[in-house]
Structure formats: structure tokens, C-alpha cells
Design a protein around this ligand. Structure first.
Ligand code: GAR
Length: 194
């Protein structure tokens, strides 16, 4: 059974989908802990599913490295086989990436390498693109530059707002994420750094 830690910043709707998938006896992975960089709304999903959680507040740490060291200490308690960034709106420091990558994956609401960074949905709209997408990648030291594990196109509609487009991308992200975690757990999807 693959053990998974999930790190979030926001509402955690993708986390919730993974928790729902993982409670099926046939699913080959279990979420063992949820972590956040703030008092994220999504921590409530962990509580509801009886999954332990931790918060390492970004603003209580002097710099990225100190914050990352504390996240690493918390993760070490659970020794997860895989760490999933699911809406964590922080770049991880190199030491944490080195410790877990390629067993460190991220969901992103765009068709990478298009529109990386914190505003993937907004940037696709601003560019006047006709389509964007969803991606699941291995985290490396760049910003959304790691190997792509799965991705799918999502059309942009003429009256789309950032919210409406993001809400159409998220179900695709969820499906990709659950499938990627399953395939990692069964060994069908080997993780490599490059
Ligand atoms: C998701 O769309 C995720 O891909 C995105 O934040 C959202 C979190 O939604 N992450 C990034 O943009 C990272 N650059 P959720 O909290 O409802 O799961």
C-alpha cells in the first residue's frame, strides 16, 4: 500500500477527491497525513476523513529554508512514499525537493509547459488562448518544469471567467491525479527525475 502525504493551501477540493478515492478498499494508496502552510479551509476534509494533519505557517518562519525544514520534520513522522502538492501555493526549498523528488508530484491548472506559476488559469485567459488544460508533474527545482506524468486539454469558452474556467479544470485535475497516484502505487508509472 502506497502511503501519501498531501500538502495544500486552499479549499482542498482535489485533496477531497483523493481522500474519497483512497477510501475504497481496492485503491492501492492511502493518504496518511495532510499538511498546510496556513489555516487552510481544506484541512477540514482531513478531519472529516479522520486523517491527521499539520500546519507549518509560512509567516512564522524566517525564510523558505526554515519553513521547509519544519515541513520536512513533520513529513518525516509519517515517512510517506509519495508527497502530493495539491494547491500548495509555495515553492518548496531545494532541500525538501532533493529529499522527496521524484516521489514528489504537483497538480497544475494548465497544460504545462504553458502557463506555469501561481496564476495558471488567469494567465491562460489573459493570453487569449482557446484552450488550456490540467497537468500532473514531478516537482523539480524549477517552477512547474518537472517531468509531465499526465495532462489533458480543457477548452476555454468565450464567456469564461477565471472562476468558471478553474472550476471546469479542477474535475480534470482530480481525475488525472487519482489515476496518477493509482498508477504510481501499482508500479505502472515509474517515477524518474528527468
Ligand atoms: C488546483 O487547481 C491546483 O492545481 C492549483 O490550485 C488549485 C487548488 O484547488 N495549484 C496551483 O495553481 C499551483 N501552482 P483546491 O484547493 O480546491 O484543491
Amino acid at each position: 500500500m502506497l502511503t501519501v502525504a498531501v500538502l495544500i493551501s486552499g479549499t482542498g477540493s482535489n485533496l477531497r477527491a483523493l481522500l474519497e478515492a483512497a477510501r475504497h478498499p481496492d485503491f492501492p494508496a492511502r493518504v496518511v497525513v495532510v499538511g498546510a502552510d496556513r489555516q487552510a479551509e481544506g484541512l477540514a476534509h482531513a478531519e472529516e476523513f479522520g486523517i491527521p494533519s499539520f500546519t507549518v505557517p509560512w509567516h512564522e518562519h524566517e525564510n523558505r529554508a526554515a519553513w521547509g525544514d519544519e515541513v520536512a520534520r513533520q513529513l518525516a513522522v509519517w515517512k510517506p512514499d509519495l508527497v502530493v502538492l495539491s494547491g500548495l501555493m509555495r515553492l518548496l526549498p531545494p532541500a525538501l525537493v532533493a529529499e522527496y523528488s521524484p516521489r514528489l508530484i504537483n497538480t497544475h491548472p494548465a497544460y504545462l509547459p504553458e502557463f506555469p506559476g501561481a496564476h495558471g488559469v488567469r494567465d491562460a485567459l489573459a493570453a487569449g488562448a482557446e484552450q488550456t488544460g490540467a497537468s500532473v508533474i514531478v516537482v523539480d527545482d524549477g517552477v512547474d518544469t518537472g517531468p509531465i506524468l499526465a495532462q489533458e486539454r480543457v477548452p476555454i469558452l468565450p464567456d469564461d471567467t477565471e472562476h468558471s474556467l478553474h472550476e471546469r479544470i479542477k474535475p480534470v485535475e482530480r481525475r488525472l491525479l487519482i489515476d496518477v497516484v493509482r498508477r504510481i502505487a501499482t508500479g505502472d508509472l515509474p517515477l524518474t527525475s528527468a
